[in-house]
Design a protein around this ligand. Structure first.
Ligand code: AMP
Length: 344
């Protein structure tokens, strides 16, 4: 089985309170692929320009990512994004987005990419996401991510694409912006009316929450002392989650499996933010991933041990406290009508 992803393949310029990089490999499809490569073969789909060198291809190939569907556009310029973060790393400002070769890209997938079991439509123009979705007819699970730029400039096209997927994964605030609903439960209900049965809200350093046919599940983000650059955390989360699903061919995609997948997504996202860009994930080991998932399980699991609970109202009334004064009030109102009294 394999995974296909379409999304940006980019050069990023990023400034955070901990430093900056003027030009580093990035893009939603790149971050996703490196995270998902721990689970299965990943076909990455998208265009690059002349400025995309062998060095960049190597970062992907060293992790076994299948690059045959990366189209080199002669004379073109690779997608470029510039962003900055302040002390609240959940908030970021986009300073520049240059689509470059993505402006006229028409995806034509290889037979291997078309037959993927799991498909991720990472953040990019919604029409382009749809172009890939319709070519992957046999996919068992398709998820989509997007962002405020596309919500604000191409909302209708985005909703049409969302109707074709099984799962919508968005930042919490962007989910509210898209659905025009004030909280996750209502926003998820709106999305589920459109079609996807699974809705996931990414909540930055607070983790992620999910609603499926079977109900609600949430995980906190893995607590870290050092966070350097959150860029790509959402895509790595998706890479871990979708990769885990791809690693379970034939399994029922129920709430339990999706919850387990969220744990792998959470672990991979947490590594990503420890260094700039892809620096950490590109050198991560499978042992580190497994250890972090175990730690996450330990810190989010508790054994329910029932205790005999007091009935606070009963105790208060026995002690002549709150319940007593209520009884007194009842007595008073009854006595006004000359009825027998009750002292509690
Ligand atoms: P994330 O932090 O997971 O939301 O994704 C960060 C990546 O998204 C960066 O590496 C950027 O290159 C890429 N990106 C930023 N803006 C866009 C956009 N409008 N469309 C597609 N990709 C984008």
């Amino acid at each position: 089985m394999s995974v296909t992803v379409v999304g940006s393949i980019a050069f990023d310029a990023v400034t955070t309170p901990f430093g900056s990089r003027e030009r580093m490999l990035g893009g939603s499809a790149v971050h996703f692929s490196l995270a998902a490569s721990f689970f299965d073969v990943v076909h990455v789909v998208g265009p690059v320009g002349d400025d995309f060198s062998q060095q960049e291809y190597e970062v992907l190939r060293r992790r076994g990512v299948e690059t045959a569907n990366i189209e080199h556009v002669p004379g073109g310029k690779t997608f470029f994004w510039r962003g900055e973060y302040g002390w609240d790393l959940n908030e970021r400002r986009t300073l520049a987005t240059e689509l470059g070769v993505f402006a006229d890209f028409e995806p034509k997938l290889s037979a291997a990419a078309r037959s993927a079991d799991v498909v991720f439509l990472a953040n990019i123009q919604p029409e382009l996401q749809r172009g890939v979705r319709v070519q992957c007819e046999s996919a068992r699970f398709v998820a989509l991510d997007s962002m405020n730029l596309w919500i604000e400039t191409t909302r209708e096209a985005l909703i049409e694409t969302i109707k074709l997927v099984d799962c919508l994964m968005l930042n919490d605030s962007e989910l509210r912006e898209l659905t025009r609903e004030p909280n996750f439960v209502r926003a998820a209900a709106q999305v589920r009316d459109w079609g996807p049965r699974v809705v996931i809200a990414k909540q930055g350093e607070y983790g992620a929450a999910m609603i499926t046919d079977e109900g609600f599940f949430a995980l906190p983000a893995f607590p870290l002392e050092t966070v350097v650059d959150p860029t790509g955390a959402g895509d790595c989360f998706a890479g871990g989650l979708m990769g885990y699903i791809a690693a379970h061919p034939g399994a029922e995609l129920d709430h339990e499996l999706l919850s387990q997948a969220m744990a792998y997504g959470t672990a991979l996202a947490s590594f990503n933010v420890e260094e700039f860009g892809v620096e950490r994930i590109a050198n991560l080991t499978s042992r580190e991933v497994a250890e972090r998932v175990s730690e996450l399980r330990r810190m989010t699991h508790f054994v329910e041990k029932p205790v005999d609970l007091r009935d606070p109202a009963l105790h208060a009334s026995r002690a002549g406290l709150a319940g007593g004064s209520r009884a007194t009030r009842v007595t008073a109102s009854l006595s006004e009508r000359d009825t027998p009294t009750e002292s509690g």
